[in-house]
Design a protein. Sequence first.
Length: 159
Amino acid sequence: MLRKESEGKRIRKMFSTLHFPLPLYPSWSCEYPYSFNPKKNQPMLTTLALVAQLVIAISIVIVWVFRFDNIVKEFAQYGLSTLTRSMVGAAKLVLATLLVVGVWYPALVLIPALLMGFLMICAQYFHFKVNNPFQKRIPALFLLSLCLFVAAVSLNWIA
């Protein structure tokens, strides 16, 4: 610790002519709001956010890859084109991939979580538009809440 302090003072002295403040103790590692490292003690909400990221990603892959026939029926019911369906599917799979990659690179988590949440709000709109029963709206509501939770933890609003 003393070595870092003396190096920090030396660096500050060396750059004292610059017009922006340098910290007295320079940051030796780039810490994000959370990162996957089982050796560190992580807060419970951080671990839950990681689990939520994986639940969102796995759910999207299951629905858009393995249950694609249901997606085709739903988009036909909503009156949306196959191009729209393909674009939404590609976007969701890319965002799900970024959420998984965000386990190791947490800087990638916020934007995919917010965009996935936006897509879930759009899903709610179309469920409402065709008067689907509440039971069909529950999965999109659940994923929306998980996306908002992940975004909130990523922004350090909670935890």
